[in-house]
Write a protein that binds this ligand. Structure first.
Ligand code: ASP
Length: 706
């Protein structure tokens, strides 16, 4: 059989009837009809039914075929025939035809599978097996089998098409794809770094990039003008369901541009990417300031597919008799509410009081929740008697209340607590009441973020990153109140309550950049140490520039409507940031640690996560801080065996006595004629600085070495 003649299973059609073809792939499913054997042969393009019949194939081919099992890898050649009327299979694209095999080659056998790969039933009307019920860790452990499943294969193929669309579109707009280093120095994006130790420079570390932020800005200073990269980024963050320690982001930067340039570019690109999933996004995308988003939805990534926008009713109760509200307002608090229109049938008094007010609202941080139902032109609730007629009339007007509506109010001395709790209630209610339309997509740009957030220590930290331009430059970096009032020129792209990406117009003025670092509380020295190389570049004519990054795993997952981003990543980590396939992260050999100069860090006796404490050679290597190579091991093993025998003897003599550690006089042995030299490091005591234990001028070591 000549693979060069191979055709793809899924590409065969009625037009091929009468043709002799060579096919190769995997046994997806089989059915034995006493003498006639039917097999679904699957390759990346799809499935075609192949038939082993004594009429077409020689006896030994049929005998060999009878031994085929699921996922055997085979090649066959045979003739394409039209299926007999009534035996067509609408479950597969090639269901009108089948291939009568004349030759078979078993290329490789397969063990019994840990889960079914096949999801196309062989007979019209029959149910497919599928593997949706399989535990995710098992799927990830056998990811190569999981990828054989059409659903996973389709996801990866669609991801490829989306990435291709990105490249083609950005190329057409003059953007150049440039790779930036993966072994690099720390980039401030607010997460922890993954560190990579350097062997050549012991006890020094590279950081994996949290983003290519610094490099893309340097590319702008380098005059590249328009850059993009489908960049792998690494952030050591706490586990969250839809997060991966490494992820892919579309990183973009451009010079001599403003916000509008980026909005237009990204909207056009996003529309094209979503079209690959058959989704028609509305353009232009909506825009909302951060303040408006927080005021009306309690979130800076608002889900705008449904209403339930907040109405502020603080002023309605400025003179209220209702003591709970009065006290909250006296403490500078606010009252916000939502109108859940026409849902009073689904939200009974019991549900509102016992579920929402008692349980759910407090679980979102609210200290209380007030509800009212509109019936017969009136607002009803357990506390409505405390409100004046005017207050009730104002509520009805502000919320445009009709019968059947339900009002929910949250009052709290803290604006943040009130908006956050009501925001979570908004999402909870929308989900419970089925108010989120399926297959709807609502993109929105969130703009005018605060430049800084307060820290617990009384300072500020960047809301985005320290390279984001503020809305004005004439601020005092020491005035906390003023700093917290600054807005940034940052923008996030949010869709359906998820942040797809974000970016900003950057600072391109060195003095302003220094001022921002000063506001962040970094001393001149710290700034120089961390960002000296970066700031230096601003001394050489930095152009105005800006950019953004889109999380591609999240974007592809949304386009393909998958339940998690892991469904669109070939080899993801599981929810515990572990790769069940390779077992990463895993312990390493002490030898490796020794080689990297990591055994002696902090004088710790045992490093967590190291595997071979039990191995006596490794233990010896550990106590002696000496790397032992594979070639040296047999010699060491022999020496150790001897030492052990001695040890046993000594133990017998010593009985239950503890082994002793002693210091023996050590002298430098010199070649005859060489003058003894003393290191300055030894004289000054520096030599022994990291010794685990010292006596006088000597290292104290376990007696086995003496
Ligand atoms: N570096 C930012 C991030 O990774 C995006 C940007 O500002 O371009 O979130």
């Amino acid at each position: 059989m000549q693979f060069s003649e191979r055709v793809f299973c899924g590409e065969l059609s009625s037009e091929d009837i009468g043709r002799r073809v060579l096919l190769a792939g995997w046994v997806d499913a089989f059915r034995d009809h006493g003498g006639l054997l039917f097999i679904h042969l699957r390759d990346r393009s799809g499935i075609v039914q192949i038939v082993f019949s004594p009429d077409a194939a020689a006896n030994d081919v049929c005998r060999q075929a009878a031994l085929l099992r699921s996922e055997y890898c085979i090649a066959v050649s045979g003739d394409v025939r039209k299926r007999l009327a009534g035996t067509e299979n609408p479950n597969i694209e090639t269901g009108q035809i089948e291939v009568f095999v004349t030759e078979l080659a078993v290329l490789s056998e397969s063990d019994a599978l840990p889960f079914s790969v096949s999801d196309k039933a062989m007979v019209a009307g029959a149910l497919s097996v599928g593997s949706d019920h399989v535990a995710e860790d098992l799927r990830l452990q056998y990811r190569y089998l999981d990828i054989r499943r059409p659903a996973m294969r389709d996801n990866l193929m669609a991801r490829h098409r989306i990435f291709r669309c990105v490249r083609e579109f950005l190329d057409s707009r003059g953007f150049v794809e440039i790779e930036t280093p993966v072994l690099t120095a720390s980039t401030p994006e607010g997460a922890r770094d993954y560190l990579v130790p350097s062997r050549i420079h012991p006890q020094n570390f590279y950081a994996l990039p949290q983003s290519p932020q610094l490099f893309k800005q340097l590319l702008m200073i380098g005059g590249m003008e328009r850059y993009f990269q489908l960049a792998r980024c690494f952030r050591d963050e706490d586990l969250r369901p839809n997060r991966q320690p490494e992820f892919t982001q579309l990183d973009i930067e451009a010079s001599f541009i403003d916000e509008e340039f980026l909005y237009e570019l990204i909207e056009e690109l996003t529309v094209r990417m979503f079209a690959i999933g058959g989704i028609d996004l509305p353009r232009p995308f909506a825009r909302m300031t951060y303040t408006e988003a927080m005021d009306t939805t309690g979130s800076d990534r608002p889900d705008l597919r449904f209403g339930l926008r907040f109405v502020d009713v603080t002023d309605v109760f400025s003179e209220t008799r209702y003591s709970i509200f009065r006290q909250i307002l006296q403490r500078g608090g606010c009252i916000k509410g939502i109108n859940i229109q026409g849902q009073s049938e689904k939200l009974s008094k019991n549900v509102l009081q016992n579920e929402y007010a008692r349980e759910i609202a407090p679980s979102f941080g609210a200290k209380g929740m007030t509800w009212m139902r509109a019936e017969g032109g009136k607002l009803e609730s357990n506390i409505v008697q405390f409100f004046s007629g005017q207050e009730l009339a104002e509520l009805k007007r502000l919320f445009a209340v009709s019968d059947g509506d339900v009002l929910i109010l949250i009052a709290d001395p803290s604006y943040a607590v009130a908006t956050s709790a009501l925001g979570q209630l908004r999402l909870h209610l929308a989900d419970r009441l089925g108010l989120i339309p399926e297959n709807s997509f609502y993109p929105v740009w969130i703009t005018e973020f605060p430049l800084f957030e307060p820290t617990d220590e009384g300072g500020v930290t960047s809301s985005h990153h320290p390279f984001t331009a503020p809305d004005r430059e004439d601020f005092d970096p020491k005035n906390l109140e003023e700093l917290l009032s600054l807005k940034s020129r940052a923008y996030d792209l949010v869709m359906n309550g998820e942040e797809l990406g974000g970016g900003s117009i950057r600072i391109n003025n060195r003095d302003l950049q220094r001022k921002i670092f000063a506001a962040l509380g970094l001393s001149e020295e710290e700034t120089r140490e961390k960002f000296g190389f970066f700031l230096r570049a601003f001394d050489f004519g930095a152009p105005p520039h800006g950019g953004l990054a889109l999380g591609m795993d999240r974007t592809v997952s949304m386009i393909l409507r998958t339940p998690s981003i892991r469904e669109v990543i070939a080899f993801p980590k599981n929810r515990s940031a572990v790769c069940p396939l390779t077992g990463a992260p895993s312990a390493v050999k002490r030898e490796q640690l020794a080689e990297l100069g990591l055994l002696n860090l902090g004088g710790q006796e045992a490093l967590p996560g190291t595997a071979e404490k039990e191995d006596p050679i490794d233990h010896l290597s550990w106590v002696s801080r000496i790397g032992i190579s594979a070639a040296e091991r047999p010699v060491m093993e022999e020496i150790l065996a001897g030492a052990e025998a001695l040890g046993r003897l000594a133990k017998e003599k010593a009985g239950s006595e503890e082994p002793i550690r002693t210091v023996t006089p050590v002298s430098n042995r010199m070649r005859p004629g060489t003058k003894e030299q003393r290191s300055e490091l030894a004289e000054s005591g520096k030599l022994l600085k990291s010794a685990p234990s010292v006596k006088g001028n000597y290292f104290k070591v376990a007696s086995i070495l003496e």
